[in-house]
Design a protein around this ligand. Sequence first.
Ligand SMILES: C[S@@+](CC[C@H](N)C(=O)[O-])C[C@H]1O[C@@H](n2cnc3c(N)ncnc32)[C@H](O)[C@@H]1O
Length: 335
Amino acid sequence: MTSTWIDTLLGGPLPAEGGTLLRRERTLRMSAGLLRDLAVTDVGQAQTRDAFAFKWSRRDTYQSEAMRTAIGAWLAERYGDLIAKLGDNGGRPALVLDAGCGAGNAASLLFAPRWRDMRYVGVDISTAVDIARETIAAATSECAFLQADLMALPFEDGLFDIVISEGVLHHTPSTRDAILATARLVRPGGLYAIYVYAKKSPVREFTDDYIRGLVSGLDGQAAWDRLMPLTKLGQALGELDIQIDVPEDVEVLGIPRGKINLQRLFYWHVCKAFYRPDLTLDEMNHINFDWFTPTYSHRQTPDEVRSWCEAAGLVIETLRKEEAGITVVARRPAG
Ligand SMILES: C[S@@+](CC[C@H](N)C(=O)[O-])C[C@H]1O[C@@H](n2cnc3c(N)ncnc32)[C@H](O)[C@@H]1O
């Protein structure tokens, strides 16, 4: 833990190194300076955790200026300024939970202009949280971290002003249950901001599951290596830079008519093989690895996400559907 106020959030003093704390039927152990609850629900979640621990440990594949600029712009476009959207917070810094903070990549980009106005709690099921602590503690002292499963966090309902979960909830056994488990933590009047994967066209859905079946059983390095030829194919298609004109909607394959770059046609409708000219091959492979390797990687429809947010008692303020995913900013109605 970096800050002292985390003990207030957990309702009591933190244990010393090696000691434990029991909260909401979870046992958290203080280990290497962080409280950790290492229990996982099943083997799929354990594999998903390990896949992310591997990919976030490869810092050289996601921290370049080009990658950070692209992701930072995309985050800002989808969420805007969440602290401003929260509105009046009684003069207190906003208490923000980042559920599935990974290595703190999204938080370090999205909240960079706002660290002074918030207290940040990062939670991740994997050891990526240790990297997040290093990264975010360099930007703000008002931060605390926990290694735990977001499905069973040791916090009381309504504790946070903002809960954000960027690209995480679909990596649990059930996106619906993950929404319910994290939305309960938003206080009345507080904000809930999430991004989950969207369902794609049928052949792409097939290859997603097919390739995931091939690589999710491998160890991190073997999966990384097995995906590299696909990444090179995406690069070769992208470098062609060819536009084609799909003459009519191909309804049976979910392909709309109109002009589309050949690599994008392959990417959206046949198989994810990421390409951006300003990224290195390793950075592109990192993106493909992120997609194919975790056992849990559900895709949802806007109607599903809408209905689950509503079931959690939230009112949706914006829902943005892109080909890749669905971003929701919702609020728990005030008292
Ligand atoms: C694609 S990464 C996103 C990380 C971060 N939100 C970002 O955008 O930079 C997904 C993260 O979710 C975490 N995760 C998956 N299942 C989780 C769970 N049940 N509880 C907490 N974290 C989980 C993974 O360990 C991984 O770091």
